[in-house]
Write a protein of this length. Structure first.
Lengths: 220, 315
């Protein structure tokens, strides 16, 4: 394949990543959110593998494999199990209505594209222009964490943010060293399990997964 | 302006006007097959039109001249739009008459007349339909403009012939921005053409109908003209989609030899596009009216994202 096509495919996957972030902002159901999160992981793994192939950075293959196993298979499966066990797959309206959230999202995208422009000029990678998309993915995930009140969407927002950071690292410097990446992957995995236990505990204590209950310090 | 150019322009416009009901019939046929019904014949829209043209018109006592005039206006707008969009040959003598922004204006003009005529009689249904139509269209229009801007940014012009030429003759490349714009364009054209999931062209249920509510008072030749204009609008939107996103095969200027191939390519693309529309209509459910703004906000978002991504990745 011609190298220009590699770059175009990576750009396309980056655009897809951004699109999935917006889809996550608009998704009302938890199960749909988990599916979208799995798709985001798939796009991330595919783009990482493509970068590895086109630049010959072999350690990126391992990162792609870790992403695929953890974020596409293991975590979505774990979340599906929680959702099934707790029976929380209902339509939940976010705090700000969805068209408004989307408009805020567009503003965030413009902001991060502008912010990333000077940084990406300093970077020497072939796909440095996607840095803006990575930053936008991080900010959109952050926005999702802000507008959701339930526990599971917030955890997914946190993980989507990690996806964005991972993509930023790949696009700016061809990824972090493998040791760091392994450490982050392990951290995220542990965090997900701890948060999973938390979710069960929140449910036990408050009989709901709405985090608003946790804003009160005293019990009733 | 050459005489062949004028002839070609006439032929293209007439072809669009004549083929539009067949496209409608094809979509209906595909829908019937997909839903397991026995399909009406391909020429059914023509028969309906003929039947309507032979009837005597019944017009409300309170109708103003605007009510009689509106169908002709709407049909003329759609015929004009069909003449401007390149379906067979590119860069015809008529196409400098309007660029993409003016084209949106022509569609808006037709819509304004339809809404005014619906309100003219003063029935509850008419004004209900007109209001809903305005709600849908004021959200769809910016999205449509954004789609056009994305294509214009790539080709550095808002003239349709230039856009088509740049996109058709360029070296093959994946444009993520165009992919986004294509999805947005599909969503907008679904809304503008009153198809599922925004509106159901087959229903007369008061809770859901938008377009049908507006034309309830029309009969005979007026109704026939409006139905024909609706078919023409679908045809024009399909041709626009083809011109923007699949422009290969449209005959370039001054090359009449490419016309047979262009005709074959156009028919093939329309057949596939119509089948795809029927498939999407069959698998999706109609949205609640208050979910429609969200649907169109998504279209706007996609179009804007396409534009931003063009600046980031392709500039």
């Amino acid at each position: 394949m011609h190298p220009a096509y590699h770059l175009q495919l990576i750009n396309l996957l980056a655009a897809l990543l951004l699109l999935i972030s917006f889809a996550m902002l608009a998704q009302r159901r938890v199960a749909g959110l988990i599916t979208l999160f799995a798709w985001q992981g798939t796009a991330l793994a595919a783009s990482t593998a493509l970068v590895a192939w086109s630049t010959g950075q072999h350690h990126l293959y391992y990162s792609a494999a870790i992403t695929l196993t953890l974020k596409v298979i293991a975590m979505p499966w774990y979340f599906y199990r929680i959702v099934k066990k707790l029976d929380v797959n209902r339509v939940v309206e976010p705090m700000i209505n969805i068209p408004t959230t989307m408009l805020i999202g567009i503003v965030l995208v413009i902001f991060s594209f502008n912010l990333a422009l000077p940084i990406s000029e300093m970077s020497g990678t072939v796909m440095r222009s996607t840095l803006g998309i990575a930053l936008a993915t991080v900010l959109l995930a952050f926005l999702m964490m802000i507008t959701r009140t339930k526990a599971i969407p917030q955890v997914i927002g946190f993980l989507a943010m990690e996806n964005g950071l991972f993509f930023a690292a790949t696009s700016a410097t061809y990824g972090m060293p493998l040791v760091v990446e392994l450490g982050v992957a392990l951290d995220v995995l542990v965090a997900v399990f701890v948060l999973g236990i938390f979710i069960f505990q929140i449910r036990e204590t408050f009989d709901s997964l709405d985090l608003k209950h946790m804003e009160k310090l005293k019990e009733r | 302006m050459t005489s062949t150019g004028v002839l070609l322009q006439l032929a293209q416009t007439l072809l669009a006007i004549l083929l539009a009901p067949i496209l409608m019939g094809w979509v209906n046929q595909c829908r019937a097959w997909l839903q397991g019904r026995s399909a009406p014949p391909l020429t059914q829209p023509y028969r309906t039109l003929r039947k309507l043209f032979h009837k005597d018109a019944v017009i409300a006592h309170h109708a103003s001249p605007l009510f009689r005039f509106a169908p002709y206006m709407i049909f003329a707008c759609m015929a004009l739009a069909a003449g401007i969009v390149p379906t067979l040959a590119n860069d015809l003598p008529f196409s400098p008459a309007a660029d993409v922004i003016a084209l949106v204006g022509i569609f808006a003009l037709a819509r304004v007349f339809l809404a005014l005529a619906a309100m003219d009689i003063g029935t509850a249904f008419g004004s209900l339909g007109a209001r809903r139509e305005m709600l849908v269209s004021f959200l769809a229009e910016p999205a449509l403009l954004m789609v056009f801007f994305t294509a214009s940014l790539i080709s550095h012009s808002t003239e349709l012939p230039v856009i088509v030429e740049t996109l058709a003759l360029r070296q093959f490349a994946i444009y993520p921005s165009l992919a986004f714009a294509a999805v947005a364009f599909w969503m907008v054209s679904v809304a503008e053409n009153a198809r599922i999931p925004v509106d159901n062209p087959g229903t007369h249920l008061e809770l859901t109908m938008i377009h049908e509510a507006m034309i309830l008072e029309y009969s005979a030749r007026h109704l026939a003209l409006i139905e024909w204009a609706v078919a023409l609008k679908l045809f024009t939107y399909s041709a626009l989609g083809i011109a923007l996103f699949l422009p290969w095969g449209i005959a370039p200027q001054g090359n009449p030899g490419a016309l047979p191939l262009a005709l074959a390519a156009m028919i093939l693309k329309l057949l596939i596009g119509g089948a795809a529309l029927a498939l999407i209509e069959t698998v999706s459910a109609k949205l609640r009216l208050f979910r429609v703004p969200e649907f169109l906000a998504t279209a706007f978002l996609l179009a804007v994202l396409g534009m931003l991504i063009h600046f980031l990745l392709e500039a």
